[in-house]
Design a binder for this molecule. Structure first.
Ligand code: FES
Ligand SMILES: [Fe+2]
Length: 367
């Protein structure tokens, strides 16, 4: 067994959490669905394929042909032709609803349907719904104002930039960082971190706000302190969005932290960023006025993604080696961790015993 697979197994053995809580999980960016491309990956323990037709309609489906069970992976010979997925074994063709619409030698059987996952798209990010025993979506992702629908007078936003990191972990553990404000100082070096109001929980949505100062640069003389407000929107364990506003420069950014279980031991963490504001940069950013706005915003987005990826890598060092404690010994200032874990219970309903792991409800009783 290789050192890396040994590390993954150890991570799996030490987590009592069910590996696949219900929710919406990132599949791929819209750009990845470029015409004719067939995406193939392991997602929530399933082998899936995803593609879009010529009208841009997306399909995410299990990579198994319902005719005689061929794999629909492109490596086996599966392909997209005129918006239809064509099986390499007998040439059955499927549209983006999953229906078999043609075969090379007879009428298509009406019972031949791919197992498809409901999808949603936000700002060029495509998500699939992972429902308990295949049930339909129980709640929705947020309605994020997109660039194309931004009202007059509001900030212009860049497109999204992406970076993905794979490591041993679990989406509940990674998302817990959003309420664990204490780590922001010790892991990331933020200063003056303060919660603004209580976290608010409404069904599958958890919202929290905090302010902090971040010192960027080298040494005391060559560094500057930035004054930042952040609002976190969590919608299940696969979707976290953080809106940042820096008060001295007028910089604004949106960051998505999308944690997607792969195989029960590892997660793909996709970081997506976009930048807005900066129409009239102030303070240290005033020199950026020399650049046209789109260039200015794109430059800031590149820097943002690099910086945030660096912060996430600091977290990965902890996440990939930590254990999930069902009875954490918290201090008085850690109260929101418990509120967060109670919020998480809803995503394990009906999963109490599976894969030899315990669900969120049992964990909550043990705390
Ligand atoms: S197994 Fe796919 S067409 Fe026969
Ligand atoms: Fe962090």
């Amino acid at each position: 067994m290789s050192a890396s697979s040994l590390a993954l197994n150890e991570a799996s053995d030490r987590s009592p959490l069910h590996p696949f809580p219900e929710g919406w999980y990132f599949v791929a960016s819209r750009a990845d669905f470029r015409k004719g491309k067939l995406i193939h990956k392991t997602w929530l323990g399933e082998e899936i394929v995803a593609w879009c037709d010529e009208r841009g309609r997306v399909c995410v489906a299990d990579a198994v042909c319902p005719h005689l069970g061929s794999s629909l992976a492109p490596e086996v010979g599966s392909r997209v032709c005129e918006g239809r997925l064509v099986c390499p074994f007998h040439g059955f063709e499927y549209d983006t609803t999953g229906r078999c619409v043609a075969t090379p030698y007879a009428l298509p059987p009406t019972s031949a349907r791919l197992k498809v996952y409901p999808t949603r798209e936000i700002e060029g990010m495509v998500f699939g719904w992972w429902g308990l025993r295949g049930r339909p979506p129980q709640w929705e992702l947020p309605d994020v104002p997109s660039r194309s629908r931004t009202h007059a007078g509001e900030s212009r936003w860049t497109g999204l930039r992406f970076h993905t990191i794979r490591f041993p972990g679990h989406p509940q553990e990674t998302t817990e960082n959003s309420v664990d404000l204490a780590h922001l100082r010790y892991v990331h070096g933020y200063e003056s971190v303060s919660r603004v109001g209580d976290i608010a929980i409404d069904g599958a949505c958890l919202r929290g706000s905090f302010d902090f100062k971040a010192r960027l640069g080298v040494g005391r003389l060559l560094s500057t302190t930035f004054d930042v407000s952040a609002v976190t929107h969590i919608h299940g364990l696969g979707y976290s969005q953080v809106d940042f506003e820096e008060h001295s420069t007028g910089y604004r950014s949106r960051l998505w932290i999308l944690s997607t279980p792969i195989d029960g031991t590892s997660v793909d963490m996709t970081i997506a960023s976009q930048v807005g504001g900066m129409e009239r940069p102030k303070g240290l950013g005033i020199g950026l006025r020399l650049l046209p706005l789109p260039v200015r915003l794109d430059l800031m987005n590149r820097m943002t993604l690099r910086m945030e990826t660096g912060y996430v890598k600091e977290d990965v060092l902890i996440w990939s080696r930590k254990r999930y404690l069902t009875r954490p010994r918290l201090n008085q200032a850690d109260g929101e961790v418990l509120a967060y874990r109670r919020y998480c219970e809803q995503f394990y309903e009906g999963l109490d015993e599976d894969h030899g792991r315990t669900g969120g409800r049992l964990i909550a009783r043990q705390i």
